[in-house]
Design a protein around this ligand. Structure first.
Ligand SMILES: Cc1cc2nc3c(=O)[nH]c(=O)nc-3n(C[C@H](O)[C@H](O)[C@H](O)COP(=O)(O)O)c2cc1C
Length: 190
């Protein structure tokens, strides 16, 4: 079975909820694990080993000040050794982000996660979910944020991690995790 490693940072637990939904989806197709980066952003040797051996890596971070949290950026910068050795070339890639505002400049974070995957020579999997953007759309609808690159979620600034991300965001994250895992399996020749 394809091996999918979900590498993410969460400062206050909201992005963790989104990551858990991505995990649930990915596990419905392949072997998937969550790797939460610590407060100092330093990835463990076990994480690096798992990433090197994986078929797919899914990157996740809250959007802080219009981009990924610095802890995730530290991980990305430290992945330059892998970039130099082309260690992650041709792996499947995906990404997700969560922020308080509906827009909140999440698109910048997603574009940067895509760029990180491209620098490594990875194959980025798009969200492939129709946006829920009609008059009657609610936060319970899948992809109500209307993203296309990866999974987006919105956790209102006064929401606990249990209250936000909302149902539609979690469904979007779950289905996206399954989609990345499916493509990881296809790339692995399953
Ligand atoms: C330092 C900092 C910067 C933030 N910048 C943004 C931002 O640019 N856009 C936004 O919508 N929310 C922003 N937020 C809100 C967080 O994205 C939001 O609270 C998110 O749910 C936090 O996820 P976490 O609990 O996984 O850390 C910011 C929060 C912090 C702490």
């Amino acid at each position: 079975m394809a091996q999918i490693e979900i590498i993410y940072f969460s400062g206050y637990g909201h992005t963790t909820k989104q990551a858990e939904a991505v995990l649930e989806g990915a596990q419905s197709v392949g072997n998937a694990r969550l790797w939460a980066l610590p407060e100092d952003g330093v990835a463990s040797e076990a994480l690096w080993d798992a990433a090197d051996a994986a078929d797919a890596l899914i990157f996740g971070s809250p959007t802080y000040m219009g981009n990924a949290a610095w802890q995730f950026k530290r991980f990305a910068d430290e992945s330059s050794k892998r970039w130099f050795g082309r260690s992650w070339s041709d792996k499947v890639a995906g990404g997700f982000t969560n922020s308080a505002s509906t827009v909140g400049d999440k698109g910048v974070t997603m574009a940067w996660l895509q760029t990180l995957a491209a620098q490594h020579g990875m194959h980025w999997i798009a969200l492939d979910q129709m946006p829920a953007n009609a008059m009657g759309a609610t936060t319970a609808d899948r992809n109500w944020a209307g993203g296309s690159a990866g999974a987006l979620s919105t956790s209102p600034s006064d929401a606990s991690p249990e209250e936000g991300p909302r149902e539609g965001d979690l469904t979007s994250a779950k289905d996206y995790g399954a989609r990345v895992a499916l493509w990881a399996a296809k790339f692995a020749g399953e």
